[in-house]
Design a protein around this ligand. Structure first.
Ligand code: SF4
Length: 722
């Protein structure tokens, strides 16, 4: 048996794993086990139910059913794809992209990537689109996940960087969990919180969530707010802090700007008004404000409940305001800690893999930044105009302004909101390329060309977790059949495109993709960070192997990365101060009314991941939640004479689906919850004229105006017996 250290490929906790392999009868290595890496600082040997069954997803007989092994070309939509060689596939993709670009311009094509990709993969795709093709039309499924957290951090603290670290959980005296079911979505961090409570019985845990989740059930104080009222809650807490003189005047004066405008704004958020807006008791609001402000160290942990909202940036900023107003930042156990959803949403942003970013946290709008990137890449220029972010990208397919899309390592035909519109866009697209490890996703059905990619246990590279910690990902087995690494596919198509497109390369640069392996790519990325907020010029693949995962920044000369940011009160803004944002409170983008009276919320199950391409192949992971359902309160179920298992039509303004009912005390009246994972293959009996899409056939695609993140957490629906 052999062992290889790597990283779990599921969530942003970024746990270290040890992959065990054994030679099979034909001599190839097979993954036969996985266990937590005791030396990894994210998990110290622990794994959750998903991580500890990773080896089962690499089972060879299962791979045969689930994986994409050969490249294939589909002659017409609806027909079966025909296997082809790699050179045929590469040539077809490059020629079609070049033809479309030459006829309609660089903005007529797009690339849609994933927070599941490694940093090296992300880097090459970003360079291919922005450096070679000459458009910023590259976006990622992280847009659905973290973009409001990014915008919130940038508005208030000046850069896209969680200032905290996991150790802060151990030293906090109040933990404020808001918009996060941490027990399910970040289980190993939640174990750490449980340990901290055992060691410190005085530790207070406050949970804010419209749904009484497993995390909420363990709270010392649970605030069951009405959906979308988070900003009003935080402003109401600040009102009480001001009234009770619990704010830190000295911190505000020394290290921040903009408090006067915020103080004026929160005057209207009296305890009575906030109690009515949020549907909570005034005494609970008071208690939350007191514990937050008076605690020696308060740590907030938050995730999609804040981000997946048409007011996501305002929610993030209003929460950071509380930390700045009370000085609960830049010290052990304190700070606003955004928990990353995907394993490498952070790494993707570090290399600028979004439609509005450039490498190493540079801004597209800044001409100096564009010139720096152009010089690093050896190209004449990087385009200024922001590209299409996720929701507009699929809308542009529908309207025809985007002709071709290359989808990598993600399943938008299941994960995007308002799926009927997304499917229409994919149907109308002139050319769809799907680069995937898994054969049978909702998106592969639309592929004109299928490119088989390697996946966990086969890839080498790096990922960055929620606490800015870069970990190495290592291969334990050979690629499945003829699958190639994602960066390698981008490089080969890039080389083919270089021969077909008129050049943006400056003279003397023979290729934009001079890489023989992932370390070459990472070294180029490292150089791009020199002098930037995320400077990692003191880090190398070898150091990651020798000293283990490291947090950025880690500039040249440092032995370790930086645990915590802003301890000196200096922020990366022009005036070096943190900025309060007087964020207005806005109700949810789509309101409930007499026709659509239920507020539909979506979220994660404990044992499934995203669209279940991987976790759905492991039988034991169905034990916790075996089938899709819509959760309703006992009051609503009783009123409609519904019992567990009864079928109902759930209908929004965009679609209709049939689900069995689960009556749950965790749901407030007039609200409903459906887990996000189940796709059409699990939901039988589509309602009305549209085919079944899963819950995203119902969800709302209205977006936050700053972050572009859609309001996946709230849609107005009606529910009627089927
Ligand atoms: Fe993997 Fe996240 Fe579970 Fe850790 S907590 S084992 S990273 S799924």
């Amino acid at each position: 048996m052999a062992e290889v250290k790597s990283t779990c490929c599921y969530c942003g906790v970024g746990c270290g794993v040890i992959i065990e392999t054994t030679p099979s009868i034909n001599g190839n290595l097979e993954v036969t086990g996985v266990r937590g890496d005791p030396d990894h600082p994210a998990n110290f040997g622990r794994l959750c139910s998903k991580g500890s069954t990773l080896h089962l997803t690499a089972n060879p007989s299962l791979q045969k059913q689930a994986r994409l092994g050969l490249p294939a070309i589909r002659n017409a939509r609806g027909e079966a794809p025909i296997d082809c060689t790699w050179p045929q596939a590469i040539k077809t993709v490059a020629k079609k992209f070049a033809d479309i670009i030459n006829e309609h311009g660089p903005e007529s094509v797009g690339i849609y990537v994933s927070g599941q990709l490694l940093t090296e993969d992300y880097y090459v795709f970003n360079k291919l689109m922005k450096g070679l093709i000459g458009s910023n039309n590259i976006d990622t499924n992280s847009r659905l996940c973290m973009s409001s957290a990014v915008a919130g951090y940038k508005q208030t603290l000046g850069m896209d960087a969680p200032p905290c670290c996991y150790e802060d959980i151990d030293s906090a005296s109040t933990i404020f969990i808001t918009g996060s079911n941490t027990a399910f979505a970040h289980p190993i961090l939640y174990r750490r919180l449980e340990d901290a409570r055992k060691k410190n019985p005085d530790l207070k845990v406050i949970v804010v969530d419209p749904r009484k989740t497993d995390t909420a059930k363990e709270a010392d104080l649970y605030l069951q707010i009405q959906p979308g009222t988070d900003v009003a809650l935080y402003h109401g807490m600040l009102y009480i802090m001001l009234w009770e003189k619990w704010i830190d005047e000295s911190y505000i004066k020394s290290y921040t700007e903009g408090f006067d405008a915020l103080r004026d704004l929160v005057r209207d958020f009296t305890p009575k008004a906030v109690s009515e807006i949020c549907g909570i008791k005034e005494k609970d609001l008071f208690q939350a404000a007191q514990w937050f402000a008076r605690s020696p160290a308060t740590l907030s942990m938050y995730c999609q409940g804040l981000n997946q909202s048409a007011s996501g940036t305002a929610k993030n900023a209003a929460l950071v305001n509380l930390h700045l107003a009370t000085g609960q930042i830049g010290k052990a156990g304190a700070g606003p800690f955004s928990l990353t959803g995907q394993p490498n949403a952070m790494g993707g942003r570090e290399v600028g893999g979004l439609a509005n970013l450039l490498s190493a946290h540079r801004d597209l709008a800044n001409p100096e930044h564009r010139a720096e990137v152009a010089s690093l890449w050896g190209v004449h220029s990087v385009p200024e105009k922001p590209g299409l972010s996720a929701i507009p990208m699929f809308e542009a397919l529908r309207t025809g302004s985007l002709k071709a899309i290359w989808i990598v390592c993600t399943n938008p035909a299941q994960s995007m909101p308002d799926l009927n519109a997304v499917h229409e866009g994919l149907s109308k697209a002139e050319f769809v390329v799907v680069q995937e490890a898994y054969a049978h996703t909702a998106t592969t059905l639309y592929a004109d060309v299928l490119l088989p990619a390697t996946t966990w246990a086969e890839k080498v590279g790096t990922v960055t977790n929620s606490e800015r910690r870069i970990s190495k990902v290592n291969a334990a087995i050979d690629p499945y059949e003829s699958a190639k690494h994602d960066w390698r596919i981008a490089l080969e198509i890039g080389h083919a495109l270089e021969a077909l497109l008129s050049g943006n390369r400056i003279e003397g640069v023979s290729t934009l993709f001079p890489y023989s392996g992932p370390e070459d790519i990472w070294n180029e990325h490292r150089e791009s960070t020199r002098g930037r907020d995320l400077d990692i010029t003191g880090l190398s693949y070898q150091i990651l192997e020798d000293r283990g995962p490291q947090q950025w920044p880690m500039p040249k000369g440092s032995y370790f990365g930086k645990k915590r940011l802003y301890e000196n009160g200096v922020f990366p803004t022009k005036d070096k101060k943190a900025h309060f944002i007087a964020a207005p409170y806005k109700a949810t983008a789509e309101s409930v009314d007499a026709r659509y009276p239920f507020a539909l919320n979506t979220g994660r199950l404990r044992d499934q991941w995203h669209g279940m391409s991987r976790t759905g192949t492991v039988g034991t992971l169905y034990a916790h939640s075996p089938e899709p359902c819509v959760e309703l309160s006992p009051k609503d179920a009783g009123r409609m004479n519904l019992e567990n298992g009864d079928l109902v039509h759930v209908t929004s303004r965009r679609g209709s689906e049939i689900f069995p009912v689960k009556v749950s005390e965790d749901i407030a009246s007039s609200q409903a919850f459906i887990a996000m994972h189940w796709g059409s293959e699990f939901i039988s009996g589509a309602a009305g004229k549209t085919p079944s899409r899963g819950v995203n056939g119902l969800t709302c695609n209205l977006i936050d105006p700053v972050s572009g993140q859609p309001e996946l957490k709230h849609s107005a629906v009606k529910i009627l017996p089927a």
